[in-house]
Design a protein around this ligand. Sequence first.
Ligand code: ZN
Ligand code: ZN
Length: 354
Amino acid sequence: MENRIENLRNSLPKGAAALITNEADCFYLSGFNKSEGMVLVTEKSACLFVDFRYIEAARAASRIDVKLTHAFIKDIFTELKSEDVKTVFVEREYVTLALAARLKEAFEGIEVSEEVDVGKIIGDMRAVKSAQEISLIKSAQKITDRAFSYIITKIAAGRSERETALDLEFFMRKEGSEGTAFDTICVSGKNSSKPHGVPGEKLIQNGDFVTLDFGAVVGGYRSDMTRTVAVGKPDEKMVFVYNTVLKAQSAALAAIKPGVSCRDIDKIARDIINTAGFEGCFGHGLGHGVGIDIHENPAFSTRCETVTAPGMVITVEPGIYLENSFGVRIEDMIVVTEGGCENLTGSEKRLIVL
Ligand code: ZN
Ligand code: ZN
C-alpha cells in the first residue's frame, strides 16, 4: 500500500496534492472497500475521508490514515490549507461537473486542476497486479470454475434463462463469492446473438446454444468467464462457428507474452474470425483488464496500444454473433507472466453438448 501512495506521489509535481474520488481507486489506495469516501494524498500525508456510516469499518481495514468527516469538501480544504498546498489534481474521468464546480468554489486560493490526470496514473498502476491481487483473482476464478461444473448439471430444456442465472449466482454466493462480478449473462437460442443479452423468461430449448458469462468476487477482486454450451445436438453451422471462436481464442492465448502490443493480440483472433467468413460478426474487443473493476486497463482491442507486462490480468473473449440466429463466445482470464501467460480459467472449452 505504501508503494502505491509513494508511486502516486512521485507522479505529481512537487508540493501538489491529489484528490481521489473514484470508489475503486480509493479502495486500491487505502485497502478499504465500498466507502463512498475520498482519498487525499499530499506530499506529507495520505488520508481516507469517510462519513459516520463507514468510520468503524474504515479504521479497522484502512492502511492509510482515516478521518471522520461530516463535510467532505470543507474538511479536505482545511487539510490542504494546513499543508499549504497550492494545486490539487483530480480524476478527470470521474469528477462530475457538479463536483468540479463545488471544489472550485470551496477551494479558495487552491487551484483545482486536471492537467495531471490522477485517474489515469492510478489506472496504469492498477493494470499491473501484485502477487496478492493475483491470488484474490485466482480465488474468484476458482469459484467461477466450480460454478460452471455445477451449472452444466442444471441446464436443461424447459428451464428459463433467468432461473439458470439465479441458480448460478446462488451457487457462487454459497461458495464464498462476495457478490456477482457483474450482471450475469445467460442467453439461449436466438438471444445468444446479443453479446450482452439480459437473461429473461425464455425457456431453453433443444437445439439452443446457451451462453453463460459470469464471475465471482473475492476480497474485492473479480473474475470473468464465458462458456457457450449446446443443449441437444447442434447443427453443422453451430459447430463450425464454435470451433472458429475456439481457434481464434487459442491462437490469441498462444501469442500472449510480455512486450507485445495489446492491439496485435486482438488482431490475431480477429483475423481468424474474418478469414472464416465472419467479418462484422465480432463487434467488440478481444478482452479487457479485470481486477477491482470488471473493466480495467489494458484492453485487447483494435485501439489499445498498451504493451503487455507481467502481472497484467486480461480476458481473452472472442465471439461470433449471427443476428437473429445464435452467438458463441468463449472467455478465459489470463495473467501475463515473465515467460508468456498463465490461464487462470480451468473450465472445459471443447464444445459441451448437454
Ligand atoms: Zn465476461
Ligand atoms: Zn469479459
